[in-house]
Design a protein around this ligand. Sequence first.
Ligand SMILES: [Zn+2]
Length: 151
Amino acid sequence: MSIINPYNDAFFMKKALREAEAAYEKGEIPIGAVIVINNQIIARAHNLTETLNDVTAHAEMQAITAAANYLGGKYLIDCTLYVTIEPCQMCAGALFWSQISKVVYGARDEHRGCINLNTKLHPKTELMGGIMAEEASQLLKRFFIEKRNLN
Ligand SMILES: [Zn+2]
């Protein structure tokens, strides 16, 4: 008998995409994130830089804070962050300090992402990408096309 584990990377990335859609609805750049420990979501967040008038209000930053609050400790050991777009330098830096175990992103960000800018994650952090990349980048493209048409 085979048991299908519903809690795979695509399952959690879909939850992060749902957060990105919530950002989209608010007119925010649509990027979403969730943090998971033991197949349980302990933090959900989306980009709120416009709403909060705060350039640091990226989805990952808020998810890190929420997860640490939930766990009652600052380190995110055994946690996985799912984020729809590759983290930027700021978020990669925050993830470094959190010592998070794994980061899974959807689409690459060639210009502002941490990979091309060579921002290091913690040596203990495993980085993986390309999960539902098409959905994540399509949502972002749709946002910028609509924004351009409004101006
Ligand atoms: Zn960021």
